[in-house]
Structure formats: structure tokens, C-alpha cells
Design a protein around this ligand. Structure first.
Ligand SMILES: Nc1ncnc2c1ncn2[C@@H]1O[C@H](COP(=O)(O)OP(=O)(O)OP(=O)(O)O)[C@@H](O)[C@H]1O
Length: 257
């Protein structure tokens, strides 16, 4: 059996000049894992953590490795594999330069890219659209005519088309209405489960996190102060910041218990 691809952050410290945002974060994500959520109050460093995982920021202490290779010092070939196998998507991931581009053509080019990179078992376009709750009629639409939320959903379908080992989503659905978001949650979790893609979801939307993720990490004071199923994390309220969130949304908390 071949070892499964693993992204590992070990005792990660760092941030910006004069602002040590993260102070000892440990995270292991392995292809095939169930979806995991990263939650926490605004400004606590969720996006900063994603930047470290992605390699756009260097830690002051600790390491991020992918399959044992330090992502900050990867030879070009490993860096290429890392980019193909670990996809990152944030709310503004999609820039369209070709005014003629239809949704189908856009997805086909992503699938072709996946095949070139040896990422087999590409997923049919209908299934990709279904996972992001877009009906088939969207396949022929010009990308420029889509709403912001629809574009975010296509961007997500594109990320799935490449069948990554790990997919890190940082607030990916901010422009998508709550109804569509709800429809997508389970379908996404199912498709990524079938593809063997480990999903990491960074979000303020506790309902979305609850629907998609069996396990969450709560980030506060630069570290994961509590981890487990969302309902348990909220119920245990092991940190002041968790108590504040639980008090601000008591009904939501009751639902998760
Ligand atoms: N480029 C930057 N330069 C300096 N400081 C930054 C930069 N980006 C973020 N910060 C600061 O780092 C801290 C963590 O920010 P980050 O964006 O990681 O938080 P977050 O948990 O993702 O917040 P939100 O949930 O509001 O998106 C904040 O205090 C923020 O002001």
C-alpha cells in the first residue's frame, strides 16, 4: 500500500512584523481524511494559517511539510506536485480573462490540466456541477454572465475537477446564498469523500461547518484551543472565545448539541 499524502504543520509560529499571530499550531491533514473545519473569531489568524500552509508566508518557528518535504524549501519538481495535489481556494480565487469562456469549457480545461498532471479518475462535468448545486443548464452559460456566488461555485467545481489530495477552502462561499450553500454542503462532503480528497474548511459559518465537517479545530490566542466535533467544542467551551461565540448564537449552539 502506498503512503497517503500528508500535509503537516508542526509547532507553527509566525505572522507579520511585530505581530506573532500564530503561537504553536499543529495540524495534520491526510488524503482520504473526513472533512475538517477551522473556526474561530475574526482576526485570530485563520487566513494567516492558510498562508503558512500554502507557503506564501514563512514561519518564524516550526515547519510545514508535504509528504515529508519542507514546503518552504522544496525543489521545483516537488513544488509542482504540491501545487497540483494541494489546492487552495479563497473567496476571490476566480479571475476570468477570456470573454468567450463557457462553464463547460472552463471545467474541461481544468480536467485537461488534471490529466496532464497524471491526476486520473477525472470526474464528469455533470457531477462537478451537481456537487456545487448548479443545474445542468449552467454548463452552457458564459462565465462573465454569472453572479458572484455562481462564480464561486464554478471555482470550487474547477478545484474539484483536478481531484486534489487535499483541498483547503478559506471562506469559499461568501457570495453564495444560504439555501444553495446548504444544498452544497452534503454533496461536497460526499464527492470529496469519494474522490479521496481531504477537505479543510475555514469558515465563520458554523452551520456550513457543522454540515460538512465531522471534526473542527477552534483557533484562538494563536493556537488550537479546542478540537473535536463542533457540538462538543461549543458545549465544552474550553476557552473564553468559544463561550463568547456560544453566547452570541445560543440557538445555533443548541442545534449543534
Ligand atoms: N498582510 C498583513 N500584514 C499585517 N498584518 C496582517 C496581515 N494580514 C493579516 N494581518 C493581521 O493578522 C491577524 C490575523 O489575521 P487573519 O486574516 O489571519 O485572521 P482571520 O482569523 O482569518 O480573520 P477573519 O475571520 O476576519 O478573516 C489580524 O490581526 C490581522 O490584522
Amino acid at each position: 500500500m502506498t503512503a497517503r499524502s500528508t500535509l503537516l504543520a508542526r509547532d507553527l509560529w509566525g505572522g507579520y512584523p511585530g505581530n506573532e499571530v500564530l503561537r504553536g499550531v499543529n495540524l495534520t491533514v491526510t488524503a482520504g481524511d473526513a472533512p475538517v473545519g477551522i473556526v474561530g473569531p475574526s482576526g485570530m489568524g485563520k487566513t494567516t494559517l492558510v498562508r503558512f500552509l500554502r507557503g506564501t508566508l514563512r514561519p518564524s518557528r516550526g515547519t510545514v511539510t508535504y509528504n515529508g518535504r519542507n514546503t518552504a524549501k522544496m525543489p521545483r519538481r516537488d513544488a509542482k506536485a504540491f501545487k497540483a495535489e494541494v489546492r487552495f481556494m479563497s473567496q476571490d480565487s476566480l479571475t476570468i480573462t477570456d470573454p468567450q469562456l463557457t462553464v463547460t469549457r472552463y471545467l474541461k480545461s481544468a480536467l485537461a490540466e488534471a490529466r496532464k498532471g497524471g491526476r486520473t479518475h477525472a470526474t464528469p462535468i455533470e457531477e462537478l456541477l451537481d456537487a456545487v448545486a448548479l443545474e445542468e443548464r449552467y454548463a452552457k452559460r458564459n462565465m462573465l454572465t454569472l453572479s458572484g456566488g455562481e462564480r464561486q461555485r464554478v471555482a470550487l467545481a474547477v478545484a474539484l475537477a483536478t481531484r486534489p489530495e487535499i483541498l483547503v477552502l478559506d471562506e469559499p462561499l461568501t457570495a453564495v446564498d444560504p439555501q444553495a450553500r446548504g444544498a452544497m454542503a452534503r454533496r461536497l462532503a460526499t464527492l470529496t469523500g469519494r474522490l479521496g480528497t481531504a477537505l479543510v474548511l475555514v469558515s465563520h459559518d458554523l452551520e456550513l461547518v457543522e454540515r460538512m465537517c465531522t471534526h473542527v479545530h477552534f483557533l484562538a490566542d494563536g493556537t488550537f484551543v479546542s478540537s473535536g466535533p463542533l457540538g462538543e467544542v461549543l458545549a465544552k467551551a474550553e476557552h473564553e472565545a468559544i463561550r463568547e461565540i456560544a453566547e452570541a448564537a445560543p440557538l445555533a449552539v443548541q442545534r449543534f448539541r
